[in-house]
Design a binder for this molecule. Structure first.
Ligand code: KG4
Ligand code: ZN
Length: 332
């Protein structure tokens, strides 16, 4: 089955062609227009998706050496995300389905991230945990069995990547700030500045306090050392991810942990989670970077699996800014 995937939930436009678990093409256009605003501007994102969807689809077909008529299913992200951005991809996907007389399926973006793990690793033995950390999400998901999800932890305020972006902005670094913080942190001294690592009940996360602590530190120390601030902020931010994952892995007795989302680009986080996996004697899975950040291959694979089990979506399928994984988990 050849599935065309479309992802437009934020500032990445992506089109993929997937056959089974084989990714034939996965093209991504990252919008740089937002850089000067220090964050994503929703209307600019939507307009850029509309501009590049057709050429990207042509490119994906060319890379995969397939024709549009070969497509058996079109899968597009329906949420959570920026509604205007989502609508551009959804409308394009539905129009293709009407023209081609092929089925359409709307995909939950978070389920897509979970499936990014299975592109390379295959479907993992359940139960397993997925730590999803990006600019928009910080969630710990327990996959009880295929299609049945339990979000056991989530951020109560800012997402982890968002905190990296905000702190980078405070220090005067460009957007998105994660990679700049990581680079600066290599020159910083651990322990030179003390930032709090919150410990919440259950398996939830919080980043607002840490961001505020950095803000006050910078205000009170105008001659701050950017490397020291970056290093100790990063340590506090990542320690929270590792601590919560450690407790959840023990509590739910999982043998496999996945790390997905843009923050998986952090080598410091990869190293810390690899250490945790060794300590707990569990296996850590991290997809190749092109499937960790927003991409359409994960959407195509999730859509294809869901279609094979539950059939297509209606063509009146709407975009949504919020949709939990519980909402799409059927009761077996
Ligand atoms: O999944 P993603 O590409 O996009 C969305 O959030 O939609 O994630 C981007 C996020 C940004 O917040 C960025 O700062 C963060 O991932 N990020 C990092 C690193 N590389 C990217 N955060 C920490 N360390 C990094 N090396
Ligand atoms: Zn995402």
């Amino acid at each position: 089955m050849l599935t065309l995937g479309i992802e437009t939930s934020c500032d990445e436009t992506s089109v993929a062609l997937v056959e089974g678990r084989n990714v034939l093409a996965n093209v991504v256009s990252s919008q740089i227009a937002h850089t000067k605003f220090g964050g994503v501007v929703p209307e600019i994102a939507a307009r850029n998706h509309v501009r590049v969807l057709v050429p990207l689809t042509r490119l994906a077909l060319e890379i995969a050496s397939r024709k549009l008529e070969d497509v058996d299913l079109v899968a597009a992200t329906r949420g959570p995300g920026l509604v205007g951005a989502l609508l551009s991809g959804l409308s394009f996907a539905k129009s293709l389905c009407l023209g081609l007389e092929k089925p359409f399926i709307g995909v939950n973006h978070l389920e897509g991230h979970v499936y990014s793990l299975y592109i390379a690793a295959g479907f993992l033995k359940t139960p397993h945990l997925v730590l999803l950390v990006s600019g928009g999400h910080t969630e710990l998901v327990l996959i009880e069995k295929k299609f049945r999800y339990r979000t056991v932890g989530r951020t109560r305020d800012d997402a982890c990547g968002e905190a990296f972006d905000k702190v980078a902005k405070l220090i005067g670094m460009p957007y998105p700030g994660g990679p700049y913080i990581e680079r600066a942190a290599r020159q910083g001294r651990s322990g030179a500045v003390r930032f709090p690592v919150p410990r919440l009940k259950d398996f939830d996360f919080s980043y607002a306090g840490l961001k505020t602590a950095v803000m006050y530190y910078l205000r009170d120390n105008p001659d701050f050392d950017a490397g020291d601030v970056a290093r100790n902020f990063q340590e506090a931010a990542l320690a929270q991810l590792v601590n919560v994952t450690r407790r959840a892995a023990g509590h739910f007795r999982v043998k496999h942990i996945g790390l997905v989302g843009g923050v998986a680009a952090s080598q410091a986080l990869r190293d810390k989670l690899a250490g945790l996996a060794a300590e707990l004697n569990v296996r850590l899975h991290i997809p190749p970077m092109q499937y960790s950040t927003d991409n359409a291959a994960m959407i195509a694979l999730a859509g294809q699996e869901r279609f094979l089990k539950f059939g297509p979506s209606d063509l009146d399928c709407d975009a949504t800014s919020r949709e939990s994984l519980e909402k799409i988990s059927p009761q077996f």
